[in-house]
Design a protein around this ligand. Structure first.
Ligand code: HEC
Ligand code: HEC
Ligand code: HEC
Ligand code: HEC
Length: 209
C-alpha cells in the first residue's frame, strides 16, 4: 500500500516537473530525448534542469524498488539477527524454537533464553536493555509474525521434522538472513512437495478443517 502511494506521489511529481520545465508543453520533453546530452548541455536551456529532475526521480524510484532495504523483512521490536545467532554463532534452531519436533507449534524463545547469554554478553547494548525491560515487566517480546498460512489450514511441524525435512525447505536461507523475509504459504507449494515425495495429497481431509 505504502509503495502505491509513493509511486503515485512520484509520478505526480514527475508530471508537475515536466509541465513546469517545458512551460506547459510536455511534448518538448519527449522530443528532447532525441538529442544527445552534450547538445542539451551546450544549449543549457530549461531542458537541463528537467533532465536533472528526471534523473532525480529515477534515483528515488531505484531507492524505493531496488534498494536492499526493500529486500528484507519486517522490522522487529529488537533487531534480532538469525544470520548472527543461527549462522555465525551456529546456535541450534531448536535451542530457541524448542517445540518444533514435539508439537504443532515451534514456539518462540521467551526472553529468558536471550538473557541466558545476554546476561553476560554485550550487557550494556541498548537493544539488550530492551530485553531486560521486557523481562522485568513480564511482557512477552511482541515479535512480528512473518510466515503465515490461511487460517483454515492445519500445519504440523512435528510430522515434517520427523521426516528430516530441513527448515530451509520451507523457510529459506534463515542462517543467512538478518531480518527474516517471510511469505504467505500457498497451497501449491505444499502440494508440490507432497507430490514429489509421494505423501498424502488428500488434503481436503488432511490439511483443511
Ligand atoms: C547462545 C548465546 C546467545 C543467545 C541465546 C542469544 N544471543 Fe544475541 N548475541 C550473542 C552473541 C555472541 C552476540 C554478538 C555479541 C558481539 O557483538 O560481541 C549477540 C548479539 C546480539 C545483538 C546485537 C547485535 C548487533 O548488531 O549489535 C542483539 C540485539 C541480540 N544478540 C539479541 C538477542 C535476542 C533477542 C535473543 C533471544 C531471542 C538472543 N540475542 C539470544 C549470543 C546469544
Ligand atoms: C537465539 C535464538 C534463535 C535461534 C538460534 C533461531 N531463532 Fe528463529 N527466531 C528467533 C526469534 C527471536 C524470532 C522472532 C524475530 C524474527 O522473526 O526475527 C525468530 C523467528 C523465526 C521464524 C519466523 C517465525 C514467524 O514469525 O513467522 C522462523 C521461520 C525461524 N525463526 C526459524 C529459525 C530457524 C530455521 C533457525 C535455525 C537455522 C532459527 N530460527 C534459529 C530466535 C531464534
Ligand atoms: C514443510 C514446511 C516447513 C518446514 C520444514 C519447517 N517449517 Fe516452520 N513453518 C511452516 C509454516 C507453514 C509455518 C506457518 C504456520 C502457521 O502460521 O500456522 C511455519 C512457522 C514457523 C514459525 C513461527 C511459528 C509461530 O508460532 O509463529 C517458526 C518459529 C518456525 N516455523 C520454525 C521452524 C524451524 C526451526 C524449522 C526447522 C527445524 C521449521 N520451521 C521447519 C512450515 C515449515
Ligand atoms: C519439502 C516437502 C514438504 C512441504 C513443502 C510440505 N510438506 Fe507436508 N508433508 C511432507 C512429508 C514428507 C509428510 C509425511 C510426514 C509423515 O510421514 O508423517 C508430510 C505430511 C503432511 C501432513 C500429514 C498428512 C497425513 O497423512 O496426515 C499434513 C497435514 C501436511 N504435510 C501439511 C502440509 C502443509 C499445509 C504444507 C504447506 C504449508 C506442507 N505440508 C508442506 C512434506 C512436505
Amino acid at each position: 500500500m505504502e509503495i502505491l502511494i509513493t509511486t503515485f506521489s512520484l509520478l505526480t511529481l514527475a508530471v508537475i516537473v515536466i509541465l513546469i520545465g517545458t512551460r506547459g508543453r510536455p511534448m518538448r520533453f519527449f522530443t528532447a530525448f532525441g538529442e544527445t546530452l552534450v547538445q542539451i548541455w551546450a544549449n543549457r536551456g530549461p531542458m537541463v534542469w528537467v533532465m536533472s529532475c528526471v534523473f532525480l526521480v529515477l534515483g528515488f524510484l531505484f531507492f524505493f524498488y531496488a534498494s536492499p532495504a526493500t529486500r528484507i523483512g519486517a522490522a522487529q521490536p529488537i533487531p534480532f539477527s538469525h544470520r548472527l545467532h543461527a549462522g555465525h554463532k551456529a546456535i541450534d534452531c531448536r535451542f530457541c524454537h524448542s517445540y518444533v519436533d514435539k508439537s504443532i507449534h515451534p514456539g518462540m524463545p521467551p526472553v529468558e533464553k536471550c538473557l541466558f547469554c545476554h546476561n553476560y554478553i554485550i550487557t550494556n547494548h541498548p537493544e539488550i536493555q530492551k530485553e531486560h525491560d521486557y523481562f522485568n515487566s513480564d511482557t512477552p517480546t511482541p515479535w512480528v509474525k512473518v510466515f503465515t498460512l490461511a487460517e483454515h489450514v492445519v500445519f504440523n511441524h512435528e510430522r515434517h521434522i520427523k521426516r528430516d525435512i530441513a527448515c530451509e525447505a520451507c523457510h529459506g536461507d534463515v542462517r543467512g538472513m538478518d531480518r527474516l523475509k517471510g511469505t504467505r504459504f500457498k497451497m501449491g507449494f505444499c502440494i508440490q512437495c507432497h507430490r514429489d515425495l509421494g505423501v498424502n495429497v488428500g488434503c481436503w481431509l488432511a490439511c483443511h478443517n
